[in-house]
Design a protein around this ligand. Structure first.
Ligand SMILES: [Zn+2]
Length: 52
């Protein structure tokens, strides 16, 4: 299995994971906007993301 899993742990403790980075970006941006009224850039999320 060479499939990667991308994950981002929000400072609030929520962990979002996805096997496609672009889909993870959408999920994290939506979480940040809905829960924290924050607009994250793709670069912000790249910096927060872990790859497994
Ligand atoms: Zn959060």
């Amino acid at each position: 299995m060479s499939e990667k899993i991308f994950s981002v742990e929000c400072p609030c403790g929520s962990v979002m994971t996805h096997d496609e980075f672009t889909a993870l970006v959408v999920e994290v941006q939506d979480h940040a906007k809905t829960n924290h009224d924050m607009s994250l850039t793709v670069e912000d999320i790249e910096n927060m993301a872990n790859v497994q």
